[in-house]
Design a protein around this ligand. Sequence first.
Ligand SMILES: [Cu+2]
Length: 155
Amino acid sequence: MNKILVIILVVFVIIAGGWYLYSNSSQKNMGISSQPDLSNKSNASENAGNTNSSGMTGNTTGMMSEEMTVEMMSNGFSPSTVNITAGTKINFVNRDSKPHWPASGPHPAHTCYAGFDALRGVNPGETYSFTFNEKNSCGFHDHLNTSIRGTVTVE
Ligand SMILES: [Cu+2]
């Protein structure tokens, strides 16, 4: 009888010890699995910061005149962000030594602002004029160098 009691006791200790180790290791696993949630949150806040900073590039004008000039130079449009009222004519003057082709986004369809497309490269010293009669906000670019961009908002 005593031997059987000892065996039962030993088996009970082994089971209890095994359960204790198992519950400890499962707690460790839970701790590890909660870490990716923290890293996802920090990534999301970094992305939001990048979006805010990238929206502040270029210079801005808020002219209310019926006609204005945007200069096309080797480093881009000046001004590159244009806020105008409906009916304003913009003269895109080429101040560079190479041709530039102002056109509405998106490249290459140029469909955002109907009609806003020089349809050819504007040579140095030449001007492309376009009157913005519809209220809309569109990106525009140099069709010959799509890294040169701007935004026009017509209110
Ligand atoms: Cu284009």
